[in-house]
Design a binder for this molecule. Structure first.
Ligand code: HCR
Length: 420
């Protein structure tokens, strides 16, 4: 790092120490800026589309016995768990891998969208069919991105949204995730909670993400998976590790001996599976190897994109970042920010508020008293409030509103201007 870079990094660290909680609105030195908008990060949910749709093929005839049906539901939960683990490397490591360190993404503007698709042919699995990504920035203060991933051929729909809250401690930035994902595979649904994380390597200006805490995957069949993340390692000395246990239901998850199986390893490397509650060894069966190549989303060329689409909207800023031209970055970003301010002002004057394009904000205190989300929260005893993802019912943070963003398929089907 040059002397100039080192002094701008030091002033960035000082500004973090004083910041108000919105990490994305901080001014960072050019060398830590990513040319990618956070609205694009939704694509990381499906860089292994064949794993996303795999639970759809695990079905059994209506005539099968209850125990056969239950065994199949268990297999589907394990397939969903494998897909979830396959998303982690792209979600939390792809910037470090492609750009050397974690970077600060572009802060999406309200109404920014990002769409694309994965074709069956690209995944090498024709049965996977076409998978479509629809992502929209539904809030700017605080930043919230909502998304849906649709595979109609296999009857698979993933929808969710995410926001963050962050604070700094002695050596790291701590990030709590808000929101959740709901995966629907035919009539079955799965609630997925998002783990907390922290950013290490600040002192040496080489930031990277480490996951911590717990994620839950609750199936409507009752089966539940609990994933614990650790930086210290279930395989001694290794970073980015996790241990996941699958249980028949929440009650049995209180006792690790009731686990049907345990999976452990590195979420950016290999993980292994064994029956029961004990920790698998490297000599056990390989569960997932995160080195298996990701299938990247196909996005239209910029010339064919709408002005609200991320890559078109941010093209000039991205070019300026590539040139490390701080004045140009500032100039191009200001143009976007000023036009956004102008739009908000006009909306206020006209009394017509901005409305999300493909998503609705559902208030569970006013709205449905029965749906997949409420059912899954009840099964897992998780908060229905807009609390840190994975908060338990009646826990300290189980407070506040119960508003959540939901995909509106009719709005998407009626979309006439933005095509994948
Ligand atoms: C924290 C983070 C922005 C948010 C990113 C999220 C949580 C967004 C939703 C995705 O599904 C998962 C995800 C992955 C990213 O790892 C996480 C980002 C990591 C860094 C970034 C900060 C805002 C950047 C701070 C600047 C640093 C590099 C000092």
């Amino acid at each position: 790092m040059s002397v100039a870079q080192s002094s701008s990094w030091t002033s960035f660290l000082k500004s973090i120490a004083l910041f108000n909680g919105d990490l994305l609105s901080l001014t960072a030195p050019p060398f830590i800026l990513s040319p990618t908008s956070l609205c694009e990060y939704s694509q990381y949910w499906a860089e292994h589309p064949e794993l996303l749709v795999s639970p759809a093929s695990l079905n059994i005839s209506d005539e099968a016995s209850n125990s056969e049906k239950s065994a199949m539901a268990e297999k589907r939960l394990i397939a969903v768990l494998k897909w979830f683990i396959s998303t982690l490397r792209s979600q939390y490591c792809s910037r470090s891998e492609s750009m050397g360190t974690e970077k600060k993404p572009l802060n999406p503007f309200l109404g920014e969208v990002f769409v694309g698709k994965w074709t069956g042919a690209a995944t090498g699995d024709e049965n996977a069919g076409e998978t479509v990504l629809v992502s929209e920035q539904v809030s700017h203060h605080p930043p919230v991105t909502a998304y849906a991933v649709l595979n109609d051929k296999n009857g698979v729909k993933l929808q969710g949204y995410n926001g963050i809250k962050s604070w700094i401690s002695a050596t790291s930035i701590n990030v709590q995730q808000f929101g959740h994902a709901i995966l629907e595979v035919g009539p079955e649904s799965f609630l997925i909670t998002l783990p907390p994380l922290h950013i290490e390597g600040l002192i040496t200006a080489s930031p990277f993400v480490e996951l911590e805490g717990t994620s839950y995957i609750q199936s409507s069949s009752g089966y539940i998976a609990k994933l614990d993340f650790s930086g210290r390692g279930y395989f001694s000395g290794k970073k980015n590790t996790f241990k996941a246990r699958v249980f028949p239901d929440l009650l049995s998850s209180q006792n690790k001996e009731s686990a049907i199986c345990t999976i452990a390893g590195q979420w950016l490397g290999k993980s292994y599976i064994t029956k029961g509650g004990s920790t698998p060894k490297k000599t056990d069966i390989l569960f997932y190897d995160a080195h298996s190549p990701a299938t990247h989303l196909k996005v239209k060329p910029i010339e064919e994109q709408h002005q609200l689409e991320s890559r078109k909207a941010w093209a000039k800023v991205a070019d300026a970042i590539a040139k490390s031209d701080y004045d140009l970055i500032h100039k191009e970003k200001s143009l976007i920010e000023n036009s956004q301010r102008e739009m908000r002002k006009k909306e206020e004057e006209s009394g017509i508020p901005w409305k999300a394009r493909w998503f609705d904000e559902v208030d569970y205190e006013q709205g449905p008293d029965h749906d997949a989300f409420l059912n899954l929260c009840n099964l897992a005893l998780l908060s229905i409030k807009n609390a840190p993802s994975g908060t338990a019912k009646k826990a300290k943070h189980d407070t506040g509103s119960a508003k959540h963003w939901r995909f509106n398929r009719e709005k998407w089907d009626g979309e006439s201007e933005i095509k994948v």
